[in-house]
Design a protein around this ligand. Structure first.
Ligand SMILES: Cc1ncc(COP(=O)(O)O)c(C=O)c1O
Length: 383
């Protein structure tokens, strides 16, 4: 069968890059779990694979699919989102200055503060979405990495990726965009000027809450890319074959999952937008969200399933609402097919700007009427 390379991203994802096993005709890529690879009669490597800590065929297959979706030359898969971002910071020159948002995935922020406290990096933060604050936080010549996250985990504030890239580049820094909440079916950060697009692939890319993974896609020619790959090899954080195979399976339904989650979330957000028991719905898809205009420009395939609600009343009531839900599952994480609810302050604690009456919701692909009815009953019995 003739293979084509001019297919749209939806088709490439659904067909795992138009995959067909030439030897067997299998329409699903095989799963390779080997930790080591034999050399041929000339003592050369087969297709460059030597030892799975550096990469293996199934991991490469998953990387190739993600790179095609991101519009990148290549992607690197890690065994978690955190190990991917740790590798980026680790690959910077010793003492490099890093700028990141004060509202972002809180463990990432924790890690940056820890490294700054140990003198490994310099670190300053800025308010997500505020480009003047970003300019002010950068030290031209010293800042090597600007790390944005959009939509930002917590209040789902939006940062203009193209504008942030211009600001970073003018100061001699590279821009990494954590696009976990906006997978490549809606946002392609490299096309907007970012140097590295990062995802916790644990979330939408896989979509089934059954693995942890992280992925970095770098623009062509990015100097630090090789260094990052070396760090991955040193730390042994390459995603193994089985998880890569599961991820390939998840990627094949990415577009339909994300579209359905976005539709559900919009229906849900509109329902609770003027609800007497809800102070604020933080969802970039709503026109009154401060980042809506930018989000509409850079999230062409939907606003996703992530939102936060500020519950009217005490922090105690917000926690009681989370406990009273019976369809939403009270668990951390996001981007899976099942809807999750989390009293975020209980999980992250103080110091991350999370209001105590905030509930974080990851809206899945269920019937939205069931989700609306669940939150309505939880609000009613905690009134
Ligand atoms: C936006 C964001 N970035 C990064 C991470 C870290 O990814 P992982 O949990 O796969 O290490 C998370 C995890 O929740 C996240 O939500």
């Amino acid at each position: 069968m003739k293979r084509r390379n001019d297919l749209s991203p939806e088709t490439l994802a659904a067909q795992a890059l138009h995959h067909l096993d030439g030897a067997t005709g299998a329409v699903v890529p095989a799963m390779h779990s080997a930790s080591t690879f034999a050399r041929d009669d000339n003592y050369d490597l087969h297709e460059g694979f030597v030892y799975s800590r550096y990469g293996s065929p199934t991991t490469k297959q998953a990387q190739d699919i993600i790179a095609a979706l991101e519009g990148a030359d290549a992607a690197l898969l890690f065994n978690s989102g955190m190990s991917a971002t740790v590798a980026v910071v680790e690959a910077l020159p010793m003492g490099a200055h890093v700028v990141a948002q004060s509202m972002m995935y809180h463990i990432g922020l924790n890690w940056l503060n820890r490294q700054a406290g140990r003198g490994v990096i310099g670190f300053d933060s800025f308010q997500a979405g505020d480009l003047d604050a970003l300019r002010a936080a950068i030290k031209p010549g010293e800042t090597k990495l600007v790390w944005i996250e959009t939509p930002a985990n917590g209040d789902w504030s939006i940062t203009d990726i193209a504008a942030a890239a211009e600001i970073a580049h003018a100061a001699g820094a590279i821009l990494m965009c954590d696009s976990t909440a906006a997978p490549p079916c809606t946002t392609r950060p490299l096309e907007l000027g970012a140097d590295i697009s990062f995802h916790s692939a644990t979330k939408y890319l896989n979509g089934h809450s059954d693995l942890t993974a992280g992925v970095l896609s770098a623009r062509a020619g990015l100097a630090i890319r090789e260094e990052i790959e070396q760090v991955r090899g040193f730390q042994g954080t390459t995603l193994p074959g089985f998880e890569s195979w599961l991820l390939i399976r998840g990627l094949r339904t990415l577009f339909v999952r994300y579209k359905k989650a976005s539709e559900n979330a919009l229906t849900f957000a509109r329902h609770f937008a003027n609800h007497p028991a809800i102070e604020t719905v933080m969802y970039p898809g709503l026109p009154d969200h401060p980042g809506h205009t930018v989000a509409a420009r850079q999230m062409s395939g939907g606003f996703g399933g992530m939102m936060s609600l500020l519950v009217a009343g005490s922090a105690g009531r917000a926690l009681a609402v989370a406990k009273a839900c019976t369809t939403f599952i009270p668990a951390t994480s996001l981007g899976g097919v099942e809807s999750l609810i989390e009293h975020r302050h209980t999980v992250s604690g103080d110091g991350y700007g999370i209001p105590e009456n905030l509930l974080r919701l990851s809206i899945g692909i269920e019937n939205p009427d069931d989700l609306i009815a669940d939150l309505e009953q939880a609000l009613a019995i905690t009134a």
